[in-house]
Write a protein that binds this ligand. Structure first.
Ligand code: ZN
Ligand code: ZN
Length: 308
């Protein structure tokens, strides 16, 4: 099925490409997702390069950092604009978010805003109601050409040429990040030779293993957080609050809260709803780089208390 949307936009002042969503055949799916598949296969290199504590620390450290870049920047800033910042730090957040290898900020935010507008309806491209767990998790991404940005959803962000550039040239950041991890490996090999660490080992753990973990952590919000857990708010979708998912996704597991009030910087609405991204953004606000962190209004809390 081919779906065409006219995306000429006078407001943004640029001729935007026409969005095409085309179902892939199995062969096309393998051919066009070779990078995705290759990075998964490369994880098996751990059996050849072995492991050491510097490699493991790099893997987990970069993994947690990049989870924060997705949750704090791509999700809570670019998708939902839940706080304010400067144009320079906005560009920094965009570059850091792009190290997660989930395409550019406009692509990510466009698809995510579309999910919120059509949650679990026929238009939602990654609802578990449509095709079950694996469809919502990654099938939606692999079975169709979803490469084009949903420009209509991100007009506010598309005004910035630096974000449009990053949306096209995200692959440069991917290679830049790969180079950074390899460089870190060379450094660790020199500083900690007694641990048996090699640069290649750091690269395999830090880049390949970390990226695959990060991808599936992100995907679990589209799959697991719409299947497992409790519902504080009777929203029109299947979103759930899930403590375990909130721990591993650094706060995104409070997904039913989030669907009820996506404009909030914090997804854990109470102190006991652990939301590491909220702590991270609060700490960032102390530096003055971001401000006006938005919270859920009182009536949302009252609604939650009465429907619990
Ligand atoms: Zn959702
Ligand atoms: Zn969201």
């Amino acid at each position: 099925m081919t779906k065409l949307v006219d995306d000429t936009d006078a407001e943004i002042g640029v001729q935007l490409p026409t969005r095409v969503e085309q179902a892939y055949t199995t062969w096309q799916s393998v051919r066009y997702n070779w990078g995705f598949l290759a990075i998964h296969l490369a994880v098996f290199a751990v059996f050849f390069v072995g492991v050491s504590w510097p490699a493991l620390v790099t893997c987990l450290g970069l993994y947690w950092l990049r989870v924060l870049f997705i949750t704090g920047f791509y999700h809570r800033y670019f998708s939902h604009r839940t706080f304010e910042t400067t144009r320079v730090f906005q560009a920094c957040m965009a570059v850091l978010g792009t190290t997660t290898i989930q395409k550019g900020p406009l692509w990510w935010a466009g698809h995510h805003r579309y999910h919120h507008r059509h949650s679990d309806g026929p238009e939602d491209v990654h609802s578990p109601l449509t095709g079950g767990f694996w469809w919502a998790h990654m099938g939606w991404l692999l079975a169709y050409n979803r490469n084009d940005t949903r420009w209509q959803e991100v007009k506010d962000l598309a005004r910035f040429p630096e974000l449009r550039l990053l949306d096209r040239a995200y692959i440069v950041i991917t290679f830049g990040f790969a180079g950074f991890v390899a460089g870190l490996g060379v450094l660790l090999e020199r500083v900690f030779p007694f641990t048996g660490v090699t640069w290649l080992q750091v690269f395999v753990w830090g880049f390949f293993v970390g990226t695959v973990l990060l991808w599936h952590t992100t995907y679990l919000i589209n799959s697991g957080a719409h299947i497992w857990g409790s519902r504080r708010f009777p929203t029109d979708d299947t979103s759930r609050n899930n403590f375990f998912l909130a721990l591993i996704t650094l706060g995104e597991g409070w997904h039913n809260n989030h669907h009820r009030y996506p404009g909030s910087e914090r997804n854990g609405f109470f102190w006991w709803e652990i939301d590491v991204t909220h702590y991270f953004l609060t700490a960032l606000s102390w530096t003055g780089l971001i401000w006006d962190l938005r919270r859920p209004p009182a009536h949302v809390y009252e609604e939650g208390a009465s429907s619990a």
